[in-house]
Design a protein around this ligand. Sequence first.
Ligand SMILES: Nc1ncnc2c1ncn2[C@@H]1O[C@H](COP(=O)(O)OP(=O)(O)OP(=O)(O)O)[C@@H](O)[C@H]1O
Ligand SMILES: [Mg+2]
Length: 301
Amino acid sequence: MTEWPGDGKGEKGKAVWSELDIPAAWEQSAAAILRHRWRKILVLGAIDRGKSTYCVFLSRYLLAAGHRIAFVDADIGQKDLGPPATVALGYAETPQALAAMTPAALYFVGSVTPAGHLLPMVVGTKLLVEAARAPFVIINTTGLVHGIGQVLKGYKIEAVQPDVIVALSQGNELHALTRAYSTYRIFHLAPSPRARAKTPEQRRAARELAFYRYFQAASDVVLPRRALLFQRTPAPVAPDKPLLCGVADRRNRCLGLALLQDWDVRHDTLTLRTPVAAERIRVVQYGDLYLTPEGHELGRR
Ligand SMILES: Nc1ncnc2c1ncn2[C@@H]1O[C@H](COP(=O)(O)OP(=O)(O)OP(=O)(O)O)[C@@H](O)[C@H]1O
Ligand SMILES: [Mg+2]
């Protein structure tokens, strides 16, 4: 998981900020966004191109100019805000507040990759962008930009209707996508030479750690099945391994994640492991990732 570097730590914060390489074209894009008040900024790029770093940079740039920012993190695998498998919305008012940003709203997608979850990716991103109340809304996305990812990004653009797209690309890798959507305002930016690739193992470890931290505060809650509503799957079944689910309240607002551990048929009760208060849970949204509370991914449903 990319940390929001150094914010709120005074001199240390400054030092960490200065460790980032900010190419002149990045700075120019931020200056134009601020000057023209382009509100919805969609950041696209393949993996490791610096999407998260650009979002941090742009957030700090706009915050330093005195503007509150909303951040919508739709990179469900490599999260900067909120737990994996969710789209998350958060706010910051000052550069110092960036590091402490917590989700104001979540949308459960169902898994940690968009494949098989294109609809919730688009629906969740659109809903949280619409819900955002701030002069600037910065939207981060997954690095899946080819094949099905290209299709997803196209629909995301159409759903979100960004005022500007920031495309971080090496060579022509985003050409097909950005050409198809060249009706939109697009900044084509090169990644920083300081951009570093993460291995698949590092990505998995980052997700595991994020899940582990999230479920550290969880406990087992036993709920009568009849008190619950089930979404996202036509016929809910008892899983033989802990299944990642979303939980929502009686107004269908996502409250967070849960692991569906057991379905006691005799007592007709479900056991969920979740940090969410049991009395708030009305809806269970089935995901398709089996997961231990320690964050080990056990395969897909
Ligand atoms: N401008 C920069 N200055 C310094 N380091 C950078 C810069 N851009 C990227 N990096 C480094 O390169 C790595 C990848 O960057 P980053 O995590 O921002 O990419 P990403 O596109 O968000 O990746 P992911 O696909 O995993 O979400 C990180 O270690 C980051 O610190
Ligand atoms: Mg990222």
